[in-house]
Design a binder for this molecule. Structure first.
Ligand SMILES: [Zn+2]
Length: 216
């Protein structure tokens, strides 16, 4: 069957047997990727849930293949021009060539059932001092999908291509190596910008693209 249908049938099975706090994962599906690093995996089954701020939990897909994004444009969390240029570059060079239909939403929606998918802010991230960027789901649409994800990256030069690619990857469901199946080192270069630590020049790379296109 088409790869999308194959993936969706797996996801449908996951949803139908979901518990309150975890999402069951069906294993054994033929899978050609280097590793399945798309949430959920057998190593990351925490159900997607809504949060008011970051807690380090990143376990949601975005709710569909139409990927809209907005960058905070006023107030204390706004992105400066240099940061905006990085986000535009990452979306154009990394995510637009995938099966996502990517567009900037200059009139963002923050309520209802079709909110702007990703909101970028330049902000302290509210966690440990070594954390430079975070992603959290503001409005879960189901136990696996989020209607609106927030990305916060610190100011003063931390909006790099690689880090923006990494946090955006989390916002669409991509996981670290240790949560992938089969598990990989978190620093494995084949994870592209989803490796940690992430290098400024990292892009998606083949494995992330394959997982995105099989899911959306
Ligand atoms: Zn991460």
């Amino acid at each position: 069957m088409p790869r999308t249908a194959k993936r969706l049938s797996l996801r449908a099975a996951c949803i139908s047997i979901a518990a309150f706090t975890t999402v069951a994962v069906t294993s054994g599906v033929a899978w050609a990727a280097y590793t399945d690093n798309m949430y959920p995996t057998q190593y990351e089954t925490t159900a997607c849930f809504s949060e008011g701020g970051p807690d380090g939990q990143v376990s949601c897909q975005t709710d569909n293949a139409t990927l809209t994004y907005y960058m905070d444009s006023s107030g204390s969390n706004m992105l400066e021009t240099v940061d905006r240029d990085v986000v535009f570059e990452v979306m154009a060079q990394e995510y637009a060539p995938t099966d996502f239909s990517v567009s900037y939403d200059s009139t963002p929606s923050f309520s209802g059932s079709a909110e702007t998918d990703i909101v970028y802010e330049e902000s302290s991230v509210g966690m440990s001092s070594s954390t430079l960027g975070v992603t959290f789901c503001n409005n879960a649409a189901s136990t696996t999908k989020c209607d609106q994800q927030y990305i916060r990256i610190r100011g003063a030069g931390y909006y790099t291509h690689g880090r923006t690619c990494h946090e955006t990857g989390h916002a669409v469901g991509l996981l670290h190596g240790g949560k992938s199946a089969p598990q990989r080192s978190n620093s494995d270069p084949k994870l592209g910008c989803m490796r940690t630590p992430t290098s400024p020049g990292d892009g998606l790379g083949a494995n992330n693209i394959e997982n995105i296109n099989a899911t959306y």
